[in-house]
Design a protein around this ligand. Structure first.
Ligand code: M6R
Length: 423
């Protein structure tokens, strides 16, 4: 018998798990185990078989779990998509989500609630759901949402995102929303975690165990699921033509093989890290759905390299951050060829004119970006809904290699825990 707060800790011993609910009591003696309610009455508990295996929690030759998990991302995206795609019809079909089409059709507003990296995935979800399903979306940090007396109108969907499914603030926000009578849907990686158990509907990242404290594969899996959810909402509500849905889906399904190509930037960042770590700070910028990737890139750098970094909407530069820029500041501009491209390019030129050093991330062989950048990183051509999945890889690799070059414990950054089960 092993008692743990997280299944990851015990996979090497067993795949049979019993989840305790709040206030339940367990009595363990040798191989004997008994469960009781808070009132002391004996209760019967279900033994759940988990599908994760012990070899998934090995480093498999990688120096760190984080690097292994970065490289697992193409598979993670494919695994997140697989259950929800009707390959014959080339349509999205959310399977086993636990919410009926009628419930989904009735939604008039979506609130996305999460913390940290999951919150940034949620921000990207706002762009996806609004554009593809035409439903207004608010995205909130769980610790803000739960304490601001949120107004949750009838016919709202509360979408909570959590890799661990145990984040205290996200769980509390979910409970608050349920008390207010809202329909809830969770996106989790850990099945049968508290958030997964308590939400009405469920989507699974299917990323496999994520050990590194810095979230990577769970992030891209969530971006894939948010694509599928948006497309399905668009489909059932009649907000999206079949042709547009099929095109967006086709693009999404091409992402895993495109991601393999982007992983080649591992070498670039491994070599560049010594120089990159010398900057006084890094400003990550992007517009539209790429803005959350800028925020995520900055978070990764802060948590792993302990370096000052900020994520900014590129259009906001003139309202303050331009003053930060000089030759000791590195700018990472996420600038794919989408509807915001021209505007973002012009923001990049402004940064360049102030002496900033530039790494730009764009689509294909882009001469304009090359001309204004110290380094240009080319991504495969994709639609706007898929670009963030591809862009995530270089910003993760940047943070990983800079932190590694600084000699930091990449998998267990100081002051941080993988599951934040307290406020
Ligand atoms: O398990 P969750 O997705 O709820 O965790 C939320 C955050 O604590 C988490 O994403 C955190 O920001 C990561 N360490 C970032 O890499």
């Amino acid at each position: 018998m092993v008692i743990a707060s997280d299944v990851q800790a015990i996979i090497s011993h067993t795949n049979k798990v019993v989840y305790l609910e709040d206030f339940e009591i367990v009595f363990v003696k040798g191989n004997d185990v008994k469960f009781f309610s808070a009132a002391g009455a004996p209760i019967k508990k279900e033994v759940v078989t988990i599908t994760w295996t012990a070899d998934q929690v090995e480093k498999a030759g990688y120096k760190h779990f984080m690097l292994k998990e970065i490289h697992e991302q193409p598979r993670a995206v494919a695994a997140a998509c697989a259950p929800h795609v009707d390959l014959e019809a080339k349509r999205v079909k959310l399977s086993d989500v636990g919410l009926s089409d009628e419930q989904l059709r009735g939604i008039e507003r979506v609130f996305i609630i999460a913390c940290g990296t999951s919150y940034y995935a949620g921000l990207a979800g706002k762009y996806l759901i609004e554009q593809l399903a035409k439903i207004p979306v608010e995205c909130d940090i769980a610790s803000e949402f739960r304490y601001r007396d949120p107004v949750i109108p009838p016919r709202s969907l509360i979408l909570t995102i959590s890799q661990s499914g145990e984040t205290a603030d996200t769980l509390a926000a979910l409970r608050l929303a349920k008390q207010a009578g809202a329909l809830t849907l969770s996106i989790c990686n850990v099945r049968a975690s508290s958030i997964d158990r308590e939400a009405h509907g469920h989507l699974y990242m299917n990323s496999g165990p994520e050990i590194g404290v810095a979230s990577t594969k769970a992030f891209v899996s969530t971006l894939a699921l948010l694509n599928l959810l948006s497309l399905y909402l668009g489909q059932v509500r009649g907000a999206l033509s079949v042709k547009d849905e099929q095109h967006a889906l086709e693009q999404l399904l091409a992402a895993p093989s495109q991601m393999e190509a982007v992983l080649a930037y591992d070498k670039f960042f491994a070599e560049a890290a010594q120089k990159l770590k010398a900057y006084k700070g890094i400003l990550f910028m992007g517009r539209g759905i790429n803005y959350p990737i800028a925020l995520e890139g900055a978070l990764k750098l802060k948590e792993l390299a302990y370096m000052h970094a900020e994520g900014y909407a590129a259009g906001e530069m003139k309202h303050g951050p331009l003053a930060l820029i000089d030759e000791r500041m590195l700018i990472v501009m996420v600038c794919p060829s989408d509807r915001n491209y021209e505007k973002t390019l012009s923001n990049l030129e402004e940064a360049r004119a102030r002496g900033g050093r530039i790494i730009s991330i764009g689509t294909g062989d882009n001469h304009a970006l090359k001309a204004v950048s110290d380094h240009y990183l080319s991504l495969p051509k994709a639609e706007w809904n898929v670009n963030p999945i591809l862009e995530s890889i270089p910003v993760q690799l940047l943070a990983y290699h800079v932190a590694n070059a600084m000699g930091h414990d990449v998998d267990q950054p100081r002051n941080l825990a993988k599951s934040v089960t307290v406020e």
